[in-house]
Ligand binder design. Sequence first.
Ligand SMILES: C[S@@+](CC[C@H](N)C(=O)[O-])C[C@H]1O[C@@H](n2cnc3c(N)ncnc32)[C@H](O)[C@@H]1O
Length: 192
Amino acid sequence: MLGDEPISDAYAANAEFWIRIVRDDLDPYRSGLTDPALLALIGDCAGLHILDAGCGEGCLTRELITRGAGFVDGVDTCAEFVAAAASHPAHDPARARFRQADVAALPLPDDSVDLVVASRLPHGLSDPGRRFVEFARVVRPAGRLVMVTMHRATALRGRGDALPRRLRASVVFTGSDDRDAHHRRIRDHRHA
Ligand SMILES: C[S@@+](CC[C@H](N)C(=O)[O-])C[C@H]1O[C@@H](n2cnc3c(N)ncnc32)[C@H](O)[C@@H]1O
């Protein structure tokens, strides 16, 4: 991996919890706020080749396939999430593929995707600028990047210029900016 081991390890140590939060719909901010905003920003995705960057256990990929996406490549550094995504009963290998990979080194050719979606990914990245450059490499010239990030300051404060000019980001910000505390919360969090 290329620098995001702390966050990936934190997710791996608590993977069962985070998978349950998503699959049992236990996060009202997600279901009531960020997911609807994200899907509205994505809009019509029929036939598109999409990269789900930091795909987690695959819920967004499944939703995009349901909405008519042509093919979704999901990548995540957390092996437990990738395995969960690939073994979900609704996973269709003809429409989606999940791989353990760092978004700093995407296993995709140049100009190969129509849309990059990074849902809740950017705030966890150790070097967002490097990842955004990689997004720019794989997205087609007329393609788009849509992001949701949770930490107002961590990922993008003072680094807006890291976004390649041809990408236009749609960003939802909430939360705090302490990276180590963020990793501890991921590792230790339990649902009340
Ligand atoms: C908050 S979770 C969001 C997961 C999923 N997008 C969702 O909305 O349910 C952030 C995800 O990004 C992954 N991640 C963190 N750094 C990464 C990197 N450099 N490359 C790929 N995935 C990464 C984590 O393993 C985790 O699954």
